[in-house]
Design a protein around this ligand. Structure first.
Ligand code: NAD
Length: 349
């Protein structure tokens, strides 16, 4: 079957990354790009693409079957709606929209036109996430009861539209959406309560960091944290299970898991001096009490994003990223904003 003919809308950081790094040539053919910036148009032309001079020109091009929308967050809704009305399928970058009201409008047009609308929640394929998801399922450290998922940088908010509320800036919408998508995709239970604490250390009108505290109906608890002022960072993942603890330090996947041996002859830990006091509780467990193991391999049992999009369009496959899942994440983001503003623990409906 033939490759899907695409136009890429927004040939900036992510749009060009799609074109040059992640769009597979067998399934996706990029006919051209459209960007409102003359500079980006010139770069695209240099790379040998056809450069559309208006969005209308893209929409009127009968050869274009689908568009990738990789523009600032506030423009996703209008661009997506116009594309679907012009008979194009849409891949939209995350966060899908500024709020659930906007997403409702997008979904109504997807329904009305019958076009496919899929959101690029690519971090469901991150190797670190797949390891944690494997541990969640294989119960090597028992049932998870506390999950800490963090991304921490020290470079502040990147110097672009991400500083501005009107464009959907801020770290919850930027990185929070990825971490929450992973967590809700993995955890097999509805969110029960939400608390949040935002950081505005850099003086921007949008959050430069956020910590969200979630509880789930099954009793699991999550700390989700995004930071841009962390000159010393914490581990990417720290997970406590009923039978052990796992850590993934960084994107390089360094980490380990430690489980109790349940050996019958375990010697009680000897008290240690801690600070100016003595403790048995915080002493390291005796050698035979625990074992340290390498992290398991994590594999996605679902197809790659673009393979899946291709199969949705050409072979009527089920999308891996479902719009109702994306909706739930956006709703959770709204509740996190509200919980942060009110400084209250809110129930998630
Ligand atoms: P960017 O600023 O690098 O690029 C955006 C481009 O869109 C710019 O070249 C700009 O000129 C162009 N543009 C703005 N409005 C436009 C319009 N109406 N029509 C056509 N072009 C327009 O931003 P970015 O970092 O590439 O982010 C773009 C989108 O991709 C955002 O939604 C962002 O959240 C998302 N993103 C996703 C990931 C991921 O891992 N999934 C990573 C980075 C960014």
């Amino acid at each position: 079957m033939s490759a899907i003919n695409f136009a890429v809308i927004g040939y900036g950081g992510m749009g060009s990354y799609h074109v040059h790094t992640i769009m597979p040539k067998e399934q996706i053919h990029v006919k051209g790009t459209f960007d409102i910036s003359k500079e980006r148009q010139a770069v695209s032309e240099e790379k040998g693409h056809y450069v559309y001079t208006s969005y209308e020109e893209v929409l009127n091009d009968k050869e274009i079957e689908a568009v990738l929308i990789a523009t600032p967050n506030d423009s996703h809704k209008e661009l997506a709606i116009q594309a679907m009305r012009a008979g194009k399928h849409v891949i939209c970058e995350k966060p899908v929209a500024m709020n659930t009201q906007e997403f409702d409008e997008i979904l109504a047009v997807a329904k009305e036109t019958g076009q496919t609308f899929m959101v690029h929640q690519n971090r469901r394929w991150d190797p670190d996430f797949l390891i944690i998801r494997e541990l969640y399922k294989n119960k090597q450290i028992g049932d998870f009861f506390q999950i800490e998922s963090r991304v921490q940088g020290a470079n502040g908010i990147p110097g672009d539209w991400r500083h501005l509320k009107a464009h959907g800036g801020g770290m919850l919408l930027d990185w929070g959406v990825h971490l929450l998508d992973q967590l809700l995709f993995m955890i097999d239970s509805p969110v029960k309560t939400v608390a949040a604490d935002f950081s505005y250390i850099l003086g921007d009108e949008v959050d430069d960091g956020v910590a969200a505290f979630l509880t789930f109906e099954n009793g699991e608890k999550v700390v989700m944290e995004v930071g841009t002022t962390n000159f010393i960072k914490l581990s990417r993942w720290y997970v406590k299970g009923t039978k052990g603890t796992a850590v993934i330090e960084d994107w390089d996947l360094s980490g380990k898991l430690v489980t109790p041996t349940y050996a019958p002859d375990v010697v009680a830990p000897t008290p240690i001096q801690a600070g100016v006091g003595l403790t048995k509780t915080m002493a390291p467990p005796s050698e035979e009490a625990t074992k340290t193991l390498p992290l398991p391999k994590g594999l996605a049992e679902y197809p790659e994003f673009y393979q899946n999009f291709y199969d949705v369009i050409r072979n009527d496959a089920e999308p891996v990223v479902k719009n109702e899942e994306v909706y739930r994440v956006l709703k959770l983001i709204e509740t996190i904003f509200e919980a942060g503003e009110k400084q209250q623990i809110l129930t998630f409906e």
